[in-house]
Design a protein around this ligand. Structure first.
Ligand code: CU
Length: 156
């Protein structure tokens, strides 16, 4: 009976919905621009984590590419040198020569591990020192660690 009237309603509804959508969109956009607090920039937060970016950070040119090679003698029961200093983000290559028996080399906190190296042999491992701190390196064979085959790596 009222079909004529019913046909008009959907069209009007669509029109109203479109209007609401447009008004809503304008309000949202102007709301974002209008509020000064939401526009507060945070560029320093992004610069604070350069770990993943290799090309963007150019504060220290050159150092990114270089690999710092550290030669270590391993014996019963010592490492020579006993202390290693590296810079954060520096690529480090540990070259360890076993002077007697068998030794390996571990830095648990940095995920560094050298295989068991027999007397007279040399092994090497490369890693990036990306955690600041002081860590112990040690030999995991037998009682070597307890007997003093440890050292300290300082990442600063
Ligand atoms: Cu050892």
């Amino acid at each position: 009976m009222n079909e004529g009237g019913n046909k008009m309603n959907p069209m009007m509804l669509v029109g109203v919905i479109v209007m609401i959508a447009i008004i809503g969109g304008v309000v949202m956009i102007s709301g974002q621009k209008g509020s000064p607090e939401s526009a507060t920039p945070t560029p320093e937060v992004m610069e604070a984590k350069p770990s993943g970016t290799m090309k963007a950070v150019t504060d220290t040119p050159g150092t990114d590419m270089e690999v710092k090679t550290i030669n270590i003698d391993a014996g019963s029961f010592y490492y020579d040198p006993k202390v290693i200093k590296v810079k954060k983000g520096e690529k480090v290559k540990i070259v360890m020569t076993s002077k007697d028996m068998m030794h390996d080399f571990n830095i648990d906190e940095l995920g560094v591990k050298l295989p068991i190296t027999k007397a007279g042999e040399t092994s090497e491992v490369e890693f990036t020192a990306d955690t600041i701190g002081t860590f112990e390196y040690y030999c995991s064979i037998g009682q070597h660690r307890k007997n003093g085959q440890v050292g300290t790596i300082i990442v600063e």
